[in-house]
Design a protein around this ligand. Structure first.
Ligand SMILES: Cc1cc2nc3c(=O)[nH]c(=O)nc-3n(C[C@H](O)[C@H](O)[C@H](O)COP(=O)(O)O)c2cc1C
Length: 195
């Protein structure tokens, strides 16, 4: 059974909800399962070790999760048009995987949530692709054959799945956003199963 790592950071739950939808799409593919992991917050004491299992939600990711996966779905809230520091901090710890080429040739997709409609979803998604390209990963986007990419009035981009959570973070995931999250997970898993 091939596993796709769904690796995300979420402070208020929007990206976590998207991660679950991507995992649902991944599990629709034949012979592929999802391994969902998160990363701890960073702070001025970020060198302190955290417990391996957080109080709630997915376990914290380890390098072996990346090594063992057949593909990767990477999710982050948009922070000033960029990925959130905790996810970048974790990615910055992956030098040994880069040196060994452990991720080279594996497919990867990205997803994000913003407060506002034009708050930088595309720039965040592209910022998340950059380290993955350095690792030699094959970036998987969303094609316009997904009808929701045309009909959406909130999230959903060809660069990856997205959600507009609203300025207070309480805007529910729309039907289009939900279907595009599932479609991206499914597409990633279908490709991983063929490689
Ligand atoms: C420090 C910080 C920076 C943010 N920057 C942006 C931004 O550039 N554009 C935007 O639309 N929303 C921005 N937001 C809002 C978050 O992207 C949004 O609330 C997101 O849905 C949070 O995801 P989560 O619920 O998974 O934590 C920012 C939030 C914080 C805390």
């Amino acid at each position: 059974m091939k596993e796709i790592l769904v690796l995300y950071y979420s402070q208020h739950g929007a990206v976590r909800q998207m991660a679950q939808l991507l995992a649902r799409g991944i599990e629709q593919a034949q012979g592929v399962t999802a391994r969902v992991r998160t990363v701890p917050k960073v702070s001025t004491v970020c060198e302190a070790t955290e417990l391996r299992v957080p109080d709630a939600g997915a376990p914290y990711a380890e390098l072996k999760d990346l090594q063992e996966c057949a593909g990767l779905a990477l999710g982050s809230p948009t922070r000033f048009g960029n990925m959130a520091a905790p996810l970048k901090y974790f990615l910055d710890s992956t030098s040994e995987l880069w040196l060994s080429g452990a991720l080279n040739g594996k497919p990867a997709a990205v997803f994000t949530s913003t407060g506002t409609l034009h708050g930088g979803q595309e720039t965040t998604l592209i910022s998340m692709m950059l380290p993955l390209l350095h690792h030699g990963m094959l970036i998987v986007g969303l094609p316009y054959t997904e009808p929701q990419l045309i009909s959406t009035e909130s999230g959903g981009t060809p660069y990856g799945a997205s959600h507009v959570a609203g300025i207070t973070g309480d805007r529910p995931v729309t039907d289009e956003e939900r279907k595009l999250c599932i479609a991206l997970g499914r597409r990633l898993a279908d490709i991983a199963s063929k490689l």
